[in-house]
Ligand binder design. Structure first.
Ligand code: CUA
Length: 132
């Protein structure tokens, strides 16, 4: 009885190890090398009525992760071109916004939550330059 239980325990442990090894040995499928690489993190602070930094410069193909927090009330961050649209809560919690800068150009960063009379002027600019 004891020996069969031990055998079962060993079998389970062996199966677990095999699963772990299997997962580690699995090939990773990377259609888009830029998207698969670790994102470049950029901290952005939203406040009435500006983004800081107001101008964010990246390179075409980069995987970007904006970590947006608010210094006062609720704001939003929107970059239409890259289908970015996130609410930034009051209280300073960072909101992660992930996207691949897949197009070259200058794209406005807009506040997507009404936050007061300067809301419409609360803009930033994402500048994506061509890969060299
Ligand atoms: Cu900030 Cu609207």
């Amino acid at each position: 009885m004891t020996s069969s239980l031990t055998f079962i325990a060993h079998s389970i442990a062996a199966a677990g190890t095999a699963l772990l090894l299997g997962a580690a040995a699995m090939p990773s499928f990377q259609q888009d090398p830029a998207a698969a690489s670790a994102p470049r993190e950029i901290a952005v602070v939203a406040s009435r009525f500006a983004f800081e930094p107001a101008r964010i410069e990246v390179t075409e193909g980069e995987h970007i992760r904006l970590l947006v927090s608010s210094a006062d009330g609720v704001h939003g961050v929107g970059i239409k071109k890259f289908k970015v649209e996130k609410t930034v809560p009051r209280g300073g919690t960072q909101v992660a916004v992930d996207f691949v800068a897949s197009a070259v150009g200058e794209f406005p960063i807009l506040c997507s939550e009404y936050c007061g009379k300067g809301h419409d002027e609360m803009t930033g600019m994402l500048v994506v330059s061509a890969r060299k």
